[in-house]
Ligand binder design. Structure first.
Ligand SMILES: [Zn+2]
Length: 155
C-alpha cells in the first residue's frame, strides 16, 4: 500500500480490526518514511456464482476452458492476446455482477460469441460453431441466419 502523503511504498500495518461480522477488515497503517497514518478497508470481492446447465447440473466457471476455446477460435485472425484477455476479463466482470445466485451456463457462450462478433467474423463463427456444436445446433443456425453470415455446410 502506497503512502497517500509521500507515495512511499514502505507502509506498515499498526492495527487490524474485523468489522461487519468478519466481512471486512479495517487496518491502520503507518508510513515508514514520513510517519503519516491512514486507514484501509479490506472487503470480500464478490465471487463468480455457480453456473447451472440446461439439465440443472451445476458447474464452476472454468476460466481456462473459456480461454482455450477463445484462443482456438482466434488463431490466425487479427485478434491479439490482449484482446482475448479483455474478453475474458469483461466476461468475469459480467459474471461477478450477475444479479442472481446462479448463472445459466449458456450465458458464457452467448456473451463471448457476442464479443467476438464485434471483433472478428472468422473468430466469431469458429467460436459459435464449437460452442453450439454439442449444445444446440439449431440455435447456432438461427443465430447465424439472424446475423446474415454465410457458412458453407460441413461435409
Ligand atoms: Zn509517507
Amino acid at each position: 500500500m502506497i503512502c497517500p502523503q509521500c507515495s512511499d511504498s514502505e507502509t506498515k500495518v499498526i492495527d487490524s480490526r474485523l468489522q461487519l461480522e468478519g466481512q471486512s477488515v479495517r487496518r491502520r497503517r503507518k508510513c515508514e518514511k514520513c510517519e503519516f497514518r491512514f486507514t484501509t478497508h479490506e472487503k470480500i470481492v464478490h465471487q463468480i456464482p455457480p453456473l447451472v446447465k440446461a439439465d440443472g447440473r451445476r458447474e464452476t466457471f472454468n476460466k481456462e476452458k473459456v480461454l482455450k476455446g477463445l484462443k482456438k477460435a482466434c488463431q490466425k485472425t487479427d485478434i491479439s492476446s490482449s484482446q482475448i484477455d479483455d474478453v475474458v476479463e469483461s466476461l468475469e466482470g459480467m459474471l461477478r455482477d450477475y444479479p442472481a445466485k446462479e448463472v445459466p451456463s449458456k450465458l458464457i457462450g452467448e456473451y463471448v460469441t457476442e464479443k467476438l462478433r464485434q471483433l472478428d467474423p472468422v473468430a466469431y463463427v469458429r467460436f459459435a460453431s464449437f460452442y453450439w456444436n454439442f449444445n444446440d445446433i439449431e440455435g447456432f443456425v438461427t443465430s447465424l441466419k439472424n446475423n446474415e453470415i454465410e457458412v458453407s455446410t460441413r461435409t
